[in-house]
Ligand binder design. Structure first.
Ligand SMILES: *[C@@H]1O[C@H](CO)[C@@H](O)[C@H](O)[C@H]1NC(C)=O
Ligand SMILES: *[C@@H]1O[C@H](CO)[C@@H](O)[C@H](O)[C@H]1NC(C)=O
Ligand SMILES: *[C@@H]1O[C@H](CO)[C@@H](O)[C@H](O)[C@H]1NC(C)=O
Ligand SMILES: [Zn+2]
Length: 462
């Protein structure tokens, strides 16, 4: 069925040869237009073969804005396709943040998979039809879309609304429990077997500095934010909260409130009631080894979990309504990547990789660090924040930044930190989490230890 080619049928009537010729040319033009570009993607379930054909078709016909690659293979050897959409799809551009959506990690939760295919179609068609909002989004953001993280599970799924057939990968493992648990003491636990789909996503998260992301599920209608796990942490009113809780609540609310019904918070018969259609993951139900905690702590990428359908595998004729309900929030959520502040940390001879960028009132368990371009991105709500930026051999830079509100903006505040060399500053190796983009990684350090080290550093330097 794909690509579907529309044949415009012109009325059969007697007409002069010249007119026929013009019509012939017009017909040829229309047919060519539809061959070279995807016609609107139809609302049906695309099996793994149809999905691959569609993605390859987009890759071939829109190379200027779309780039398809595989990040690995499933247990049965099926490719895990990622489509990148943006004005420079093949590589990172300085100042352009990287975004990702992951869907169908549970093979029988299939709405998100079709939503991401529709999203690709929407962005590519929007670009070709010169939609100014799509063009602004694509020129300011590089968007990575993994429509199916579990193609094997999809093949096994039954079409029941609440069953678990097809949820797991081909080894029978729940992929959203198979990421390294960020809170457990790895030295005291046997090494968990990592599934190939999870390995692939982990190395993908290491390959780019992702800033914001979400993973799409089904079986409820709610936007859930980290943490899912807690392991010995203090709970805040039953929730296991991150230092960036204000930002996470905002992100979840943007999705729920832009959705036709999610914000009502009580849409599914078998589900909890969620105020405003959002919940802290742990408060809903605790789990460890999930993607959102891993992504936040190990890839310094703010990730939330979107449950987009009460029924995990709804009838095909509902897909169009799902797209109508989720298109505005999918777009609005991507745009949140432009909250806060971004820039580079620059030393005497250029950008510094691995500089700590700490916002004073939010001491993250894994402090945010700059990537190999010296870049940092910090999603923050409007307000005044004190930043402390440090790197061995340099004075700690302490600056107050005023983050303006960025309604409808397509860029965060731009701010570079210029570091001053200091012979007295301690050449300290910072305690780093195994941040995705850092070579080799390091041991996970407790917040207290990190706090002590940071204070030591400040006392020595100031
Ligand atoms: C996508 O297209 C590019 C050329 O534009 C090609 O190099 C690449 O191999 C294609 N990707 C796949 C998965 O075929
Ligand atoms: C696309 O839109 C821009 C501005 O909105 C306009 O200048 C340009 O001519 C348009 N291009 C096409 C092919 O329609
Ligand atoms: C931020 O600081 C500026 C002065 O530096 C002040 O005028 C402004 O009111 C502050 N904003 C907030 C939200 O505190
Ligand atoms: Zn799920």
């Amino acid at each position: 069925m794909f690509p579907s080619i529309t044949n415009p049928i012109l009325p059969e009537e007697d007409s002069p040869t010249e007119l026929r010729c013009q019509r012939g040319m017009f017909l040829l033009f229309v047919v060519l237009l539809f061959i070279t570009r995807a016609a609107a993607l139809d609302f049906r379930y695309h099996d793994n073969t149809a999905m691959k054909e569609y993605l390859l078709h987009i890759n071939t016909t829109s190379p200027e804005i779309a780039h398809l690659h595989s990040i690995g293979r499933s247990v049965r050897g099926q490719e895990l396709w990622v489509m990148i959409v943006g004005l420079n799809p093949r590589q990172h551009t300085l100042g352009i943040p990287e975004f990702n959506y992951v869907a169908n990690m549970h093979g029988n939760e299939v709405v998100g998979r079709e939503l991401l295919l529709q999203l690709i179609d929407f962005l590519v068609e929007g670009y070709h039809s010169n939609s100014s909002s799509v063009k602004r989004l694509l020129s300011s953001t590089r968007i990575h879309l993994l429509p199916s993280m579990n193609p094997d599970g999809f093949d096994d799924a039954d079409t029941q609304c609440l069953h678990n057939q097809g949820r797991y990968n081909h080894n029978g493992v729940d992929l959203n429990r198979n990421f390294p648990d960020v809170f457990s003491d790895h030295s005291r636990q046997p090494k968990q077997q990592r599934e190939p789909e999870v390995e692939a996503v982990m190395s993908w998260l290491r390959s780019e500095t992702f800033v914001l992301s979400a993973n799409l599920h089904g079986g409820a209608l709610v936007a859930s934010y980290p943490y899912d796990s807690n392991q010995g942490r203090v709970l805040v009113g039953g929730a296991s909260v991150t230092p960036d809780n204000d930002v996470f609540v905002h992100l979840a609310k943007v999705y729920a409130s832009s959705h036709t019904s999610m914000h009502h918070g009580n849409s599914c018969v078998h589900s909890n009631k969620f105020a405003d259609g959002i919940t802290n993951g742990y408060e809903w139900y605790p789990l460890s080894g999930g993607l959102q905690d891993y992504s936040y702590l190990h890839a310094q990428c703010l990730d939330i979990t979107l449950e987009v359908s009460c029924c995990k595998f709804p009838a095909e004729d509902q897909l169009q309504d799902f797209w109508t309900a989720n298109r505005p929030p999918l777009i609005a959520f991507i745009q949140q990547i432009h909250l806060g502040v971004k820039g580079r940390v620059l030393g005497s001879s250029g950008p510094l990789q691995g500089a700590l960028v700490v916002v004073s009132d939010r001491l993250d368990r894994c402090p945010f660090t700059t990537d190999h371009n010296g870049e940092y991105y910090r999603l923050l709500l409007p307000g005044n924040y004190t930043f402390m930026v440090s790197f061995p051999g340099y004075q700690v830079a302490q600056e107050m930044l005023s983050i303006p509100s960025n309604q409808n903006g397509f860029s965060a505040l731009n701010h570079d930190f210029l570091m001053k060399p200091s012979s007295t500053a301690p050449a300290m190796i910072f305690p780093l989490c195994d941040h995705a983009h850092q070579q080799g990684g390091g041991a996970t350090t407790s917040p207290t230890l990190f706090c002590i080290l940071l204070l030591t550093l400040l006392l020595l330097d100031l």
